[in-house]
Write a protein that binds this ligand. Structure first.
Ligand code: PLP
Length: 408
């Protein structure tokens, strides 16, 4: 990764931040362990650290040029016209859905179909934006919402597998699927808008962070207002608005209800060096996913894997598995045995969100139809880590641990 203009400028002044960071980054802390299978590894190196130090030395803490550069690069990467960076994937969902309401694409109370298997804030944000979340079951092979629907859909790309759901409005939750594709279209360009997360464990990271991508300028402008206090700064139509409301000081002109969900410039500093890594990372994760699915299936154990589906590119965010209903042990015992051999495990995201205690408190939320797949995932699904940095040694670790756990 080449140095940014800022790093070159510091080097010209006699401070080679990249060399400094290369020398002082604690390699053991960022190294990929080969004696265990963690959920994630640190997907950054010294250049992100150097860029972050540069922002601090320059006295730039709040979002600025680096955040804008990252937004431009990420929009180009996913084939969107605009990108608005925020401080988490959950914030991206909230900003995106609120902006869809603010621009009239959705009206308060409108129903949005939400997959019953997903992340907690995927569900909460729909209600927080004043909409009505309707939980429906997921497909048994993709674990995503699939098919053609009569209402707006939250197409949640689960753990790297892209959802192909369609409806009058397709809203993407691409938080865990950077670089996944349907045909040759990357997630982020499949619907009216998409939310991404750049949390530490994701394909690319800014520590905490997120982004909304979209094609339409007015939606991007609404996201910019919703992201920051509801004010006009960063809007492309700012001049027009300031003229229309000439009696109000333009520095504090609030045009839509909003939050403060802005990222820091340090997050932008990480992001600008991360985007170029995506294609290589996803190629490796995709290859790993295929190999792991084939190798685990070959063991003939009482569990199933979720191979990439035809016409899609799996981004290999994590590696999900589903215990057979008649397996000789339950999910808790499987997790215990895998963890004892250094394989970290998690349930498949929020599993059946309708069975989480918080569901009762989500305004307007309801379930439509039976949820047999979500229920199976809830009681028998797990995932283990996946990474661009994993190789045959990590697969062998997983295979040995699964055999030891299930072939007794
Ligand atoms: C599908 C999905 N949506 C939303 C989120 C929330 O992202 P964040 O943790 O950045 O808030 C996640 C987190 O992993 C996720 O997997």
């Amino acid at each position: 990764m080449s140095a940014s203009a800022a790093l070159q400028a510091w080097a010209a002044r006699g401070l080679d931040l990249e060399a400094l960071a290369r020398q002082w980054v604690v390699q053991e802390e960022l190294a990929v362990p080969t004696d265990r299978l963690p959920l994630a590894v640190a997907p950054y190196d010294h250049v992100e650290v150097a860029e972050a130090i540069a922002t601090l030395l320059e006295g730039r803490l709040t979002m600025g040029a680096r955040v804008r550069a990252f937004e431009d690069a990420w929009a180009a990467e996913v084939g969107a016209a605009h990108c608005v960076m925020v401080n988490s994937g959950s914030s991206a969902l909230l900003v995106m859905l609120s902006a869809l309401v603010a621009t009239g694409r959705l009206s308060p109370g409108d129903e949005v179909l939400v997959p019953a298997v997903g992340w907690s804030t995927s569900l909460f944000s729909v209600a927080q934006a004043g909409l009505t979340p309707v939980l429906v079951d997921v497909d048994a092979d993709s674990l995503c919402l699939e098919g053609a629907h009569d209402r707006p859909v939250l197409a949640l790309h689960l753990l790297g597998q892209p959802s192909r759901a369609t409806g009058p409005l397709v809203i993407e939750d691409a938080c865990g699927a950077h670089g996944a594709r349907v045909g040759d279209r990357p997630v982020g360009s499949l619907g009216v808008a998409a939310a991404f997360s750049f949390f530490f464990s994701h394909h690319l990271t800014t520590g905490e962070g997120g982004a909304v991508t979209m094609q339409d300028r007015d939606l991007a402008d609404a996201c910019r207002s919703v992201r920051a206090h509801g004010w006009t700064r960063e809007r492309s139509d700012r001049a027009w608005m300031e003229q229309a409301y000439g009696e109000i000081d333009p520095r504090f002109l609030f045009v839509t209800p909003g939050f403060n969900l802005r990222p820091t410039e340090v997050a932008g500093a990480f992001g600008v060096h991360q985007v170029g890594r995506l294609q290589g990372y996803v190629a490796r994760r995709n290859q790993n996913h295929r190999e792991w699915c084939a190798a685990v299936a070959d063991l003939g154990l009482p569990l199933r894997v979720f191979p990439e589906l035809p016409g899609t590119t799996h981004a290999g965010f994590a590696f999900p598995m589903l215990l057979d209903a008649d397996a000789p042990l339950d999910r808790a015992e499987l997790c215990r045995r895998l963890e004892a051999r250094g394989v970290q495990t998690r349930p498949i995201s929020g599993s059946n969100l309708a069975r989480q205690p918080a569901f009762e408190a989500v305004p307007r939320a309801r379930v439509e139809g039976a949820l047999p797949v979500a229920d199976a995932v809830h009681s028998r699904g797990i995932f283990v880590g996946q990474s661009h940095a994993f190789d045959q040694r990590h697969l062998d670790l997983l295979l040995d641990a699964l055999k030891a756990a299930l072939l007794r």
